[in-house]
Write a new protein. Structure first.
Lengths: 158, 103, 266
């Protein structure tokens, strides 16, 4: 494991930070600019609204393997894994995670360049027992898989 | 103390598996502190994983990603000793970066 | 946090009496998905930095602090706590010992350093939490072996045992009400039997712990204070005799077990 302190309080820290900023500025422009943040979908307050903002209604696809716990001890941290079988569903360029009953259902969206396996592990907050959706975009079409996770303690509190 | 990242990058067959843990409160803006005052929203909005200078994944996040976020991804290729970096920015203009080498 | 007191009383009593579900598979599934990535690693780093950071009117680091094995020795100290210190003529837990070092070595104000030892909602960790987490991690893998040679240390154990079984408060609760049997749980959390070696060793050995639901590391001092709150007892103060006594009771029951902290809790 390697740790980098990005925000130092010391003078040395600031100097190092300046170097990091410089390096970030030198990165290819496409890194931050290429794919815009899906603001409308993030702002949506209902699942249908979020999906509509993302495009079409997704079709269920078995090539998407979506793992969430049946029961989460605490909604503040619900581990999630999305894996797409590239033979069953090729050319996936984006994966989005939605939590039906959250104030803003869209939790995260990932842009995936060719060469990256469609495999994402992360942890999200789930306000209450509800369905979680993994939506994959391939060749302009949306596909999905969903699962219900029961929450014994809501995750709104973070 | 935001800004820190712990990263592991491990060769798994012809893939490289990256696991990153970030130090961030990921406040939704909907909570109140002990005194009842609202805690301002503070969360990572953009996160990128880079192999050398090549982005292998770019994430857009909302406040629903858990505090001290965890991210695991896999990309093709990558050799032992190659650099893998994770870079993030948050809604308050904060940034963080971590780096490791593939083993 | 306002709750309906009566309702919550019944609720709590009912929760304590729920037998452990036969199906533990769902808990294991959740834990497996979580993996072993514990955000406490950040807090360990922060604690180590704080130890070496000059603070207070004396602008001193804590390197001269004697945690029982000599000034500056941090490895293996946590498993010996609570213990008697001749310089203060008192049995101390790690937290009260750190307060002692902050006031004597760094010259910091007692009220200031004890004002807020534990994070409140919306906080992202305190100095005390970070220092205790790092120092506990410095004992990771070590055998729990609290000192019991001094008469004051043995008296502290006896007092702790007494408080553990003492029923009081509006709910007529004791620590033992929830922690004297091994087959009880609250929600999905199994309640350890702290009167048994195994239960005490698992509990004592896994705190401080990263509390997933709070995004924070919590210390045993906080854990006990929260148990008091749940029993509707008066606030348990950090470094108080009652807190140190209960910690001594638990640590001695845990003796021979292994320190695995910082743990990862729901």
């Amino acid at each position: 494991m390697t740790t980098i302190h990005a925000k130092g309080i010391s003078r040395r820290g600031w100097l190092r930070w300046a170097v990091i900023l410089g390096a970030a500025a030198a990165l290819p422009g496409r890194l931050w600019a290429a794919v815009a943040r899906p603001e409308a979908a993030f702002g949506a307050t209902a699942l249908d609204e979020a999906l509509a903002a993302m495009g079409a209604t997704p079709q269920v696809h078995d090539g998407i393997q979506f793992t969430t716990p049946d029961i989460a001890e605490n909604g503040a941290v619900v581990p999630i894994r999305v894996e797409v079988d590239s033979e069953a569903l090729p050319n996936v360029s984006k994966v989005s995670l939605l939590v039906e009953m959250n104030p803003n259902p869209l939790a995260a969206s990932f842009d995936i360049p060719p060469g990256t396996e469609v495999y994402i592990e992360t942890r999200v907050k789930v306000a209450q027992t509800c369905r979680l959706y993994a939506v994959a975009e391939a060749d302009g079409q949306l596909y999905m898989q969903s699962r219900e996770t029961k929450v014994t303690l809501g995750g709104c509190g973070g | 103390m935001a800004g820190r990242i712990k990263i592991r990058a491990q060769k798994k067959g012809d893939m490289t598996e990256v696991k990153a843990l970030m130090r961030h409160p990921m406040e939704t803006g909907m909570r109140k502190d002990q005194a009842g005052d609202p805690i301002p929203a503070h969360f990572i909005t953009e996160v990128s994983v880079l192999h050398g200078d090549q982005p292998v994944m770019q994430g857009h996040w909302g406040a629903a990603v858990s505090a001290n976020p965890f991210l695991g991804v896999r990309f093709a290729g990558g050799e032992s000793g190659d650099t893998v970096r994770v870079v993030w920015t948050d809604n308050q203009g904060g940034t963080g970066e971590g780096e490791t080498t593939i083993r | 946090m306002k709750r309906h007191h009566l309702g919550f009383a019944f609720f709590t009593a009912w929760l304590c009496s729920v037998p452990l579900a036969a199906d533990n598979g769902v808990f294991d599934q959740y834990r497996d998905l979580m993996g072993d990535d514990n955000p406490a690693v950040f807090v360990i780093d922060e604690g180590e930095e704080l130890w070496f950071t000059p603070q207070g009117p004396e602008s001193a680091t804590l390197e001269a602090c004697d945690l029982g094995l000599g000034p500056g020795v941090t490895a293996g100290i946590y498993v010996r706590f609570p213990r008697y210190f001749a310089d203060t003529d008192a049995v101390m837990d790690l937290e009260s010992r750190l307060v002692h070092c902050m006031t004597t070595i760094q010259g910091r104000d007692l009220e200031a350093v004890t004002a807020k030892p534990y994070s409140l909602r919306g906080d992202f960790g305190t100095e005390m939490e970070a220092l205790v987490t790092w120092l506990a991690a410095e004992s990771e893998g070590a055998t729990i072996a609290p000192e019991q040679t001094h008469a004051a240390e043995r008296a502290m154990y006896t007092l702790g045992e007494e408080i553990f079984f003492y029923r009081a408060g509006p709910h007529d609760f004791s620590c033992a009400t929830c922690h004297e049997q091994s087959d009880m749980r609250i929600r999905l959390q199994a309640l350890p039997d702290l009167t048994s070696h195994t239960g005490a060793a698992d509990a004592w050995g896994s705190w401080p712990a990263y509390r997933i639901s709070q995004g924070l590391v919590r210390t045993m001092g906080w854990r006990l204070r929260d148990c008091f709150r749940q029993q509707r007892w008066p606030e348990l103060r950090m470094g108080s005799e009652a807190s140190i006594a209960l910690q001594t009771y638990m640590a001695v029951n845990a003796a021979g077990g292994t320190m695995t902290a910082p743990g990862l809790k729901r």
